[in-house]
Design a protein around this ligand. Structure first.
Ligand code: IPE
Ligand code: IPE
Ligand code: MG
Length: 256
């Protein structure tokens, strides 16, 4: 693991890493357990990866924890996941505070049970003065839900007369995203061998480098994170230009 760590160029780290934490159910099944056991084990990976990102000095880590579509899972799983969320936030908030990590949440908070909303609001409040890693939890989130809201709120401004349709540009769109205060992810990791986006950050991933690994989320650890970063650092990010035109080193993004 130290070996992998030494291969990382600390001057070219991604500022923002986004992860689709997938494979909890399959991992549990492999072990002969219920799906919820996989979700419980997945929390250990979250802890390990948050710690790994904080140690490296990554500025933003977005974790896709529950999608809009996940509400359609069997009720016992949804209820179990919500309980796990509340319990985890409660258990981890002091560690977040101590480690200078600031918690953010993106997604349709109103869909969450009231006690989960309260727990999250409190944890955000407790960590709001922290200046280290920004940990962004995507909960009841989907890219299409977000884009729909962006359109609604821009339409309201037009209706009010504070914005004219001609003035709508990418800067305005950016200002209405849930991630308006964060740069776009340079690196998006998905575990469990699935090669899809599953309605994650559809707008923000436009130029992200995508990294797919067969490792199931409950087994994903810092060494896997390091491998993903090393792979990222070996890529040439062209943003539509030719290879010759690109002189900037990997890792620098023309983000707002
Ligand atoms: C990811 O693991 C966690 C959530 C979507 C909440 P899954 O529960 O999707 O696990 P698999 O994909 O069924 O193995
Ligand atoms: C994506 O995983 C959502 C999260 C990890 C929270 P899913 O397991 O829900 O995605 P699909 O159904 O395989 O596309
Ligand atoms: Mg899955």
């Amino acid at each position: 693991m130290q070996d992998l760590l030494h291969q990382i160029d600390n001057t070219r780290l991604p500022r923002h890493i986004a992860i689709i934490m997938d494979g909890n159910g399959r991992w549990a099944k492999e072990q002969g357990h219920d799906r919820l056991y996989g979700h419980y084990k997945g929390v250990e990976s979250v802890r390990n990866i948050v710690e790994g990102c904080a140690e490296l000095g990554i500025e933003y880590l977005t974790l896709y924890a529950f999608s809009t579509e996940n509400w359609d899972r069997p009720e016992y799983e949804v209820v179990g996941l919500m309980e796990l969320l509340v319990k985890t936030i409660r258990n981890e908030v002091e560690t977040l505070k101590k480690n200078n990590i600031r918690l953010h949440v993106i997604g349709d908070m109103e869909m969450l049970p009231q006690h989960a909303q309260n727990e999250l609001t409190e944890a955000k409040e407790i960590t709001k003065g922290n200046t280290g890693l920004n940990l962004v939890m995507a909960l009841s989130y989907s890219g299409r839900w977000e884009i729909q809201n962006v359109i609604k709120s821009i339409a309201k401004e037009v209706e009010k007369g504070s914005l004219s349709p001609e003035d709508i540009d990418q800067e305005i769109v950016q200002k209405h995203l849930c991630t308006r205060n964060f740069p776009d992810p340079e690196l998006m990791i998905r575990t469990s061998g699935e090669y899809r986006i599953s309605n994650f950050l559809l707008y923000q991933l436009a130029y992200s480098e995508l990294y797919f690994t067969p490792v199931l989320w409950p087994e994903f650890r810092k060494n896997n994170l390091y491998e993903a970063i090393i792979d990222f650092q070996g890529r040439e990010r062209r943003f539509g230009k030719t290879s010759e035109q690109v002189t900037e080193p990997v890792g620098s993004t023309p983000n707002p």
